[in-house]
Ligand binder design. Structure first.
Ligand code: SF4
Ligand code: SF4
Length: 160
């Protein structure tokens, strides 16, 4: 339960996904910002005006999936690491995950895929490590994994 241990149950997570799962055949930001907090870099950084918080900065962000291109600018601008970009294709799922640990994985590495409770739920392959100056030390790991993990995957673990 999120109130007890900070872990959002999947029923709660599902509400942040597009109601039409086919929308995820294109990359979309999934925002898991469940509390009302005074914060809005996601809104101000989105180049496509896809995120709205509005006048009251305490409100939770709302995303317009029609406007979201999956560019991931909001992902590395979110101080709470509360946003990921997720996409499905016929074979699997592709996620862009903010990752602020060292060592960073390398392209082609196999990694463990971790859920919100910190448990290993499967494996993935790193397709790209995106780490430009404008990301200000919040690298994005592009990882491909099994389609069934599109919702429960949250981060990755480098395999030593
Ligand atoms: S992924 Fe890009 S287009 Fe989508 S909400 Fe984030 S910044 Fe905006
Ligand atoms: S930037 Fe992140 S933490 Fe701040 S309101 Fe947006 S999603 Fe929530």
């Amino acid at each position: 339960m999120i109130e007890k241990d900070g872990v959002a149950p999947l029923e709660m997570v599902a509400k942040e996904f597009p109601s039409d799962p086919d929308i995820l055949y294109k990359p979309k930001a999934i925002i898991e910002c469940y509390k009302e907090i005074p914060c809005n870099p996601c809104e101000t950084s989105c180049p496509f005006d896809a995120i709205t918080i509005g006048e009251d900065i305490n409100k939770r962000p709302h995303i317009d999936f029609d406007k979201c291109t999956g560019c991931a600018v909001c992902v590395y601008n979110c101080p709470g690491l509360a946003i990921t970009v997720r996409q499905i294709n016929d074979e699997g799922a592709l996620l862009k995950i903010p990752y602020e640990f060292l060592p960073l994985p390398q392209k082609g590495d196999s990694v463990n895929v971790i859920n919100r409770e910190g448990r290993v739920i499967g494996q993935g392959v790193v397709k790209r490590v995106q780490n430009t100056m404008r990301q200000d030390h919040t690298p994005l790991i592009h990882v491909e994994t099994r389609k069934e993990h599109i919702m429960d995957a949250m981060t990755i673990e480098v395999i030593a």
